[in-house]
Design a protein around this ligand. Structure first.
Ligand SMILES: N[C@@H](CCC(=O)N[C@@H](CSO)C(=O)NCC(=O)O)C(=O)O
Length: 222
């Protein structure tokens, strides 16, 4: 029967963007369904009862949850083109890619979130930690064009969505990324310039910025 592929997502989610980029890299058609995270659908609640979070990829009725796991699933199931993970024979490269994807998941979102939700000491601490995280990632990139080496890969997919939040991070974090991590900014612009899967997926930075302004009002921060 016809293959059914549904993605439960939210337009501004850097995690959802990872899945959209991976699906676009593979050229896989799918049905996109936008969730209102303050009024979740029964489908989301039943497909991800543990975390009740997007993204969820529903493949022939079976849910796959957690963006990094969904990207790995996509890479394995649709392995006919654009491999994202290092080759299965290179266990070390795979382990290293998973380490840095885990670093991004553990550090970047939480620290970045504090840039626009805190003030004073906590803000200063999260600003320093955020910059440190970006410098470590810049170090991992080194002089390669992509984290995947010569080609766009799993770690590039994992990190590039955060770039769409950079105007918000820059403004509310008072961070000058060109000064702090110029090679990382060059990498992000290279991804947008050379990968249609990225330029067709990332929302405009001002749109995300306006969303964050809306969040700050909702949190009563402004
Ligand atoms: N580790 C998970 C994070 C997903 C997530 O935070 N999803 C958020 C929206 S994006 O920030 C979400 O669905 N939040 C809804 C809620 O928390 O109620 C992943 O990588 O998929």
């Amino acid at each position: 029967e016809a293959e059914e592929l549904i993605l439960l997502d939210f337009w501004a989610s850097m995690y959802g963007m990872r899945v959209r980029i991976a699906l676009a890299e593979k050229g896989i058609p799918y049905e996109y369904r936008e969730e209102d995270l303050r009024n979740k659908t029964q489908l989301l609640l039943s497909m991800n009862p543990v975390y009740k979070r997007i993204p969820v990829l529903i493949h022939n009725g079976k849910p796959i949850c957690e963006s990094s796991i969904i990207v790995e699933y996509i890479d394995q199931v649709w392995n006919h083109k654009s491999p994202l993970f290092p080759p299965s024979g290179d266990a070390y490269a795979r382990a290293r890619a998973r380490f840095w994807a885990d670093f991004i998941d553990n550090k970047l979102y939480q620290t970045g979130r504090k840039l626009y939700t805190t003030k004073g000491e906590e803000h200063e601490a999260s600003r320093n930690e955020f910059i440190e995280c970006l410098k470590l990632l810049q170090g991992e990139l080194g002089d390669k064009p992509y984290f995947g080496g010569e080609s766009f890969g799993y770690l590039d997919v994992s990190l590039i969505p955060f770039y769409s939040w950079f105007q918000a991070y820059e403004t509310y974090g008072s961070i000058d990324f060109e000064h702090e991590c110029p090679e990382l900014i060059a990498w992000a612009k290279r991804c947008i310039r050379e990968k249609e899967s990225v330029s067709n997926t990332l929302p405009d930075l001002p749109k995300v910025f306006a969303f964050v302004q809306h969040l700050r009002k909702r949190f009563g921060i402004d």
